[in-house]
Ligand binder design. Structure first.
Ligand SMILES: Cc1cc2nc3c(=O)[nH]c(=O)nc-3n(C[C@H](O)[C@H](O)[C@H](O)COP(=O)(O)O)c2cc1C
Length: 396
């Protein structure tokens, strides 16, 4: 019988261990090994990188129609939305933005760039519909490779505890700048009456982080309260339970969702201690302990950072997703671990008061939207999360 501490550790959703064999089932982390190797079609090389993007609940909600020689149409996969926790599909669209960013980074690494036309048939509101999210065309470019490309294979969402080591303002500034670089004013333009005038509009996004001990303490509590509230909101919690992949056979079968992996998981599953029914029951003592195991992660975070957009159009959400992918990659380049805590940013009624609290604590302006809230620190590296593989995303 596993001890309570063991089960507790299992319920903290360890990512899939690449070393696990799964018999005849597909390797859930194959997509992370030499993506696009041997591809002669540059679009497929870029897509093999794009599917490694961060995305909510690892739904991988991306569909592609290749067109002509160098174009494609990109759709959000309407079968892979998160209606309970993401009722307006905002986070799904962020995941689409992250996908496009990795696509473009891969194109630039090969001397081209992605010319992206967002929502060519109009923005779907308030929910996504069958209209495309983007038309993408590869065009030759003389822009140099972006070094963030080199960190795509090492980037992770890290749900481990982080060590008690502060993250310096200089490091946070560096990764925030890397995240926002494509949207920063490129130059200072002409002057009016001697005062410089920005040649381009200001960045549509800003990144900030905890600046005072009081603000850090408040965000630590907020993150935990959001998590706890979600676990005690049955429809929202059930959405996660339905996407939990328990043990290596389920993980290999689905290659998506929230992974529960390791020898103790297999054992607890085999003896009936762990299954979708026990996970769904928040009064089950092991499940309750598993949920509470997330509390020290929230409350011990060395720092929180957040990304706020000026608008909340679909295009603004795509930009936020692109910037988040860059933020995560830049953190990887600095040896930092990153872990989103999105619960309090979710737009369902039971979260409304914590949503307002998140806006207040992050200093969001009246018409601004906090798009991402993440815990940042230094931690042990973790294995990659599963991917379904490029062929699952291609439509004929
Ligand atoms: C918009 C968005 C919201 C996310 N929110 C959470 C979250 O609240 N908790 C969490 O553990 N991970 C969150 N993630 C991370 C995803 O779960 C993660 O990207 C996915 O499982 C794939 O894993 P990977 O990033 O290691 O490739 C979020 C990612 C995105 C893009």
């Amino acid at each position: 019988m596993p001890s309570r501490r063991h089960v507790l550790a299992l319920l903290t959703a360890a990512p899939f261990a690449a070393s696990c064999g799964t018999g005849n089932l597909p390797d859930p982390v194959a997509a992370w090994r030499a993506p696009g190797a041997g591809e002669t079609d540059l679009r497929r090389f870029c897509l093999a990188h794009a599917i490694l993007a961060p995305n909510p609940h690892n739904r991988q909600p991306w569909l592609i129609e290749l067109s002509g020689e160098n174009e494609l149409v990109f759709f959000a996969d309407l079968e892979r939305l998160l209606p309970a926790t993401d009722p307006f599909d905002r986070q799904i669209v962020l995941g689409c933005g992250a996908f496009l960013e990795l696509f473009d980074l891969a194109a630039r690494a090969r001397g081209q760039r992605a010319e992206i036309t967002l929502w060519p048939e109009g923005e779907p509101q308030p929910r996504l519909d069958a209209r495309p999210a983007a038309h993408v065309r590869l065009v030759a470019a003389d822009t140099p490779k972006d070094d963030l490309f080199d960190h795509i294979l090492a980037r992770r969402t890290n749900r481990e505890a982080f060590v008690d080591r502060p993250v310096s303002d200089d490091t946070l500034t560096a990764i925030a700048e890397a995240a926002l670089r494509p949207w920063q004013p490129a130059s200072v333009g002409p002057t009016i009456a001697g005062a410089p005038v920005l040649a381009l509009p200001p960045s549509p996004l800003r990144v900030d982080w905890t600046r005072t001990p009081d603000q850090l303490a408040a965000l630590r509590s907020l993150a935990w309260n959001g998590f706890d509230t979600e676990c005690h909101t049955p429809v929202a919690y059930q959405e996660s339970v339905d996407l939990m992949r328990i043990g290596r056979a389920e993980i290999a079968q689905h290659r998506d969702g929230l992974v529960l992996d390791g020898p103790m998981i297999e054992f607890a599953k085999a003896i009936g201690l762990l299954n979708r029914r026990t996970l769904a029951d928040v009064n089950n003592s092991f499940t309750r302990d598993g949920i509470n195991a997330w509390r020290p992660l929230a409350e011990g975070a060395p720092t929180y950072a957040w990304m706020t957009s000026l608008a909340n159009t679909r295009a603004a959400q795509i930009i936020a997703g692109r910037a988040y992918a860059r933020f995560n990659l830049a953190a990887t380049s600095q040896g930092l671990a990153m872990h989103p805590w999105s619960q309090t940013l979710q737009e369902y009624p039971e979260m409304a008061s914590l949503y307002a609290e998140a806006e207040r604590l992050t200093g969001a302006g009246e018409s601004e939207t906090v798009q991402m809230l993440v815990r940042i620190g230094y931690g042990e590296s973790v294995p990659p999360a599963p991917r379904r593989g490029l062929s699952e995303h291609l439509q004929t």
